[in-house]
Design a protein around this ligand. Sequence first.
Ligand SMILES: Nc1nc2c(ncn2[C@@H]2O[C@H](COP(=O)(O)OP(=O)(O)OP(=O)(O)O)[C@@H](O)[C@H]2O)c(=O)[nH]1
Ligand SMILES: [Mg+2]
Ligand SMILES: [Zn+2]
Length: 303
Amino acid sequence: MLTENCPIQSTIDIMRGRIIKGVGGLYSVACDDGKIYKGKARGLLRKQGIKPAIDDYAEITPDGEECVIVSIHERKNMLIRPKAANIDCAVIVFASANPDINFDLLDRFLILAESRSIEDIIICINKCDLEVSEGRKKAERIYKGIYPVCFVSAESGEGIDGLKSRLRGKVSVLAGPSGVGKSSIINRIVPFGNMETGEISEKIRRGRHTTRHIELLQIDSGSYIMDTPGFSSVDTDSLDPESLPRFFREFAPYLTGCYYRDCRHMEEPGCILKEQVGTNILTERYERYRRMYNEIKKGLKKY
Ligand SMILES: Nc1nc2c(ncn2[C@@H]2O[C@H](COP(=O)(O)OP(=O)(O)OP(=O)(O)O)[C@@H](O)[C@H]2O)c(=O)[nH]1
Ligand SMILES: [Mg+2]
Ligand SMILES: [Zn+2]
């Protein structure tokens, strides 16, 4: 439990549930009795700075259709933005085109997911009904040996079954910039899915942030998926620069064995990781590592 010392009168019924939606501090909790109760977190939780997250397991006291959230169970992992917990699988969604793939942002999404110990990470390139773009070819070239890459079209339905089968039995989150078609994919995957989708603004060539909150939706009895609002930036400031190499998955075989045991794989002599750049490690990915390492280091100096 994340809450301690919360005396609750024994006369009040306590029920266990799962937080499936939260808008402005009001949460929907799906409970073991099959009902959904709406309520806020009790004052004590708020005082302790504990805010419920989507897919938290919680204890509630029901009162008619309403409830009070009295405690939150220990989380397996946690994303801060979007605020979601207990995630098995992160699907990082970009579009083949309209908007074009921002590879810097894509790497940041991947690093964030890795840093949060999310076991399964999938890259999903949507809008594959559009002509095969340079970005799509580049995504295939860079990531195919590192992560599963699904090419789909929410419009035509191409590739959706393949993506869906990868989500079976898991709690997944769809994350990516606005306008790439996350909600459109959900509408294909979730039976009776009815997420609001938005036209891309022609002027700014990105979406209008149609989805404003996260919601946990059920695909089938053991599979759940969360739609999230689009993000145009990912906050990587809080990462420890020394742990950054672990978040580049293809670096794993070369993390030990450098001449210096605490090698940062930057300028040090005898770096075995650097020797792999251009062969087993793509130059683009290594360059991204260097830029991010320097950026995070610089950020840390400020404080
Ligand atoms: N051509 C094409 N258009 C698509 C496809 N999927 C979605 N779109 C369009 O892209 C636009 C944005 O789709 P959304 O599903 O709202 O995008 P989103 O990622 O949920 O956006 P936010 O909620 O703002 O984060 C809509 O106009 C969709 O019709 C696709 O596979 N092909
Ligand atoms: Mg959306
Ligand atoms: Zn090294």
